[in-house]
Design a binder for this molecule. Structure first.
Ligand code: HEM
Length: 346
């Protein structure tokens, strides 16, 4: 047993208080990363308009004209959050002071949906000027995209929190270095997702986003015509019937704009067909195929292919995790007036 004199006891008490308040703030952070919450603008008295409804209406109208748009908006959130966090940095256009923003990095040249974000922003500026961040619009639009395309949570609450701030930094060089490649192995994908704080299971779960949308033929030409070590040039791990179908859609020298569906069975529905296709050797991208061929990731992929509801719930959770990645604070964030330009920049 030891005794402390008055001074030492006060020091220990102060240390405990510091530790306790650090623990408390970690708890608060864990509940609301970056201070985001469902209905943030309304509950903080910043805007009483139906912000979520306005974004939903914009996405719904766009999807009625072009049913492929939800896929574009979902990918936009991924590419926004992966570089500099979910801060709308992917939306910034080149300017005299920043000629190479994220948008110009090669993997981002096929992004779509910028005009839909602009439309929602214009509508929101009319009801609550200078209030709603572009980063929140990207997150809400992606969420609407997956729910409109059939993502169900089996009764769990599903709302996208808001309260993100827009960033002022956007670098094409950084985006090119950080964004994942369709030529990656399962180990590389696992490592890249772990670097951003995601488990391997979350990586596999999020890859199921390729249940909707399309890829340009250029992404898969090497698998179809000049796969290393293959006598006929076709990746031997591709189902031969599917490979022949893909060769029909993607000739050896395709038009640069030619695309193929990532999930040919239900290209507009968010379901676990990505996994059933993959288990049948019908994963389109080499990186997708990797998670079905690798013994470490195969089991989890098989579980997702067996249970649509389980995958949908995991996907909703992982997407919420992704949508709150590395959020900006008042120190380095702002509410942009125009989603394409940092405030005050010409
Ligand atoms: C695991 C690593 C990933 C890689 C290597 C990857 C790569 C790609 C590539 C190469 C395309 C085709 C783009 C084109 O040619 O137009 C694509 C499309 C797409 N990706 Fe991913 N992706 C990954 C993860 C994700 C994640 C996590 C999401 C969202 C949560 C996502 C959502 C999408 C969507 C929806 C499309 C279709 C886009 C459209 O139709 O315009 N991807 N991805």
């Amino acid at each position: 047993m030891f005794c402390l004199n008055g001074g030492a006891a006060a020091t220990v008490m102060a240390l405990l208080l510091v530790l306790f308040s650090a623990f408390q703030s970690t708890q608060v952070y864990a509940q609301q990363p970056g201070g985001v919450s469902v209905g943030y603008y309304q509950s903080n008295g910043l805007c009483n308009a139906d912000i979520e409804g306005i974004v939903l209406n914009t996405v719904q109208t766009a999807a009625q004209t072009d049913p492929t748009i939800p896929a574009g908006l979902l990918r936009l959130l991924f590419h926004d959050c992966w570089v500099q966090g979910c801060d709308g940095s992917v939306l910034l256009d080149p300017t005299a002071s920043n000629q190479n923003p994220e948008k110009l990095a090669t993997p981002n040249l096929t992004l779509r949906g910028f005009d839909i974000i602009d439309q929602a922003k214009t509508a929101l500026e009319e009801v609550c000027p200078k209030t709603v961040s572009c980063a929140d619009i990207v997150a809400l639009a992606a969420w609407d995209s997956v729910t409109l395309s059939g993502l169900s949570s089996g009764g769990l609450p599903m709302d996208m929190p808001t309260g993100r701030l827009d960033g002022r930094v956007s670098s094409g060089t950084e985006a090119a270095a950080v964004l994942v490649s369709s030529q990656s192995t399962a180990a590389e994908l696992t490592q890249q997702f772990e670097q951003q704080g995601f488990s391997q299971d979350e990586m596999i779960t999020l890859s199921g986003a390729h249940t909707i949308g399309r890829a340009h033929c250029s992404e898969i030409i090497p698998r179809l015509y000049n796969f290393p070590g293959s006598a006929n040039g076709v990746d031997p791990s591709l189902d031969p019937t599917y490979a022949a179908q893909l060769q029909g859609e993607c000739p050896e020298n395709p038009e640069p704009s030619t695309t193929v569906e990532l999930d040919p069975i239900t290209p507009f529905i968010v379901d676990n067909n990505y996994y059933t296709n993959g288990m049948d050797n019908r994963a389109l991208l080499l990186s997708d195929n990797a998670i079905f061929q690798d013994f470490q990731t195969e089991f989890s992929s098989m579980l997702n292919s067996d249970d649509n509801l389980l995958w949908q719930q995991k996907f909703a959770d992982a997407l919420l995790h992704m949508s709150t990645l590395n959020l900006k604070s008042a120190k380095d964030g702002e509410i942009r007036v125009n989603c394409r330009v940092v405030n005050g920049v010409k």
